[in-house]
Design a protein around this ligand. Structure first.
Ligand code: 5GP
Length: 188
């Protein structure tokens, strides 16, 4: 992609400090909900990686303030891809699945953004075939205006408008994932 055609992140939608503050709150809430239990954080590659890293540390920070209690965290990852053609709605495919360890565990899916809900719906259905104890969902961003499949979400960082979003793990053609904030893309 040449520099001339590459769209630029236009405006900051959620600043770095806002993101980090909200992630601290989510970490404290998740810690309180799972205290003294084992929890598998299941990251959805690749968009959730920065959120996953900060959220897992926020859960640990909450634990530091409660030294008699703890949440034992384990990391697992899945990767999905969705594709479109002219005759069918987009289909989702699993290209990397979690380990056998998910059986009889509490699983918290960590997502970057829920848009139509198709990816999450597909992932939840797949996970239930692995006999987990519980499956909950934490997404950094929720775009409810585009929802096609109703999916339960337990923890939401921010609701966002119907616009294409980049940064903090989210890409445009594999670019901008390393922005420390969430931005909108310039269309021209
Ligand atoms: P869904 O299946 O809910 O429609 O979409 C899930 C995936 O689409 C997300 O995990 C993300 O990879 C991608 N996606 C949806 N909306 C956006 C967006 O505004 N920006 C970017 N970069 N990716 C998005």
């Amino acid at each position: 992609m040449s520099a001339a055609t590459k769209p630029l992140p236009k405006s900051v939608l959620i600043s770095e400090s806002c993101l980090q503050q909200r992630i601290r709150e989510l970490g404290a809430q998740i810690f309180a909900d799972y205290e003294n239990q084992e929890l598998v954080l299941l990251g959805v590659l690749r968009g959730s990686v920065l959120f996953f890293a900060d959220l897992s540390r926020a859960i640990f920070s909450a634990q530091l303030e409660n030294i008699t209690r703890e949440v034992q965290i384990r990391f697992e990852f899945v990767q999905l891809t969705s594709y479109h053609n002219n005759t069918q709605p987009s289909a989702v495919e699993l290209i990397r699945s979690g380990s056998n360890y998910l059986k009889q565990r509490h699983i918290l899916i960590v997502e970057d953004i829920v848009d139509t809900g198709q990816t999450l719906d597909f992932l939840c259905e797949h996970l239930w075939t692995l006999n987990p104890k519980t499956v909950k969902v934490c997404t950094l961003l929720d775009k409810p205006s585009k929802r096609r499949v109703p999916v339960p979400i337990d923890y939401i960082g921010f609701e966002v408008p119907d616009a294409f979003i980049v940064g903090y793990g989210l890409d445009y053609a594999q670019q901008y994932r390393n922005l420390p904030y969430i931005a909108l893309l310039e269309s021209t």
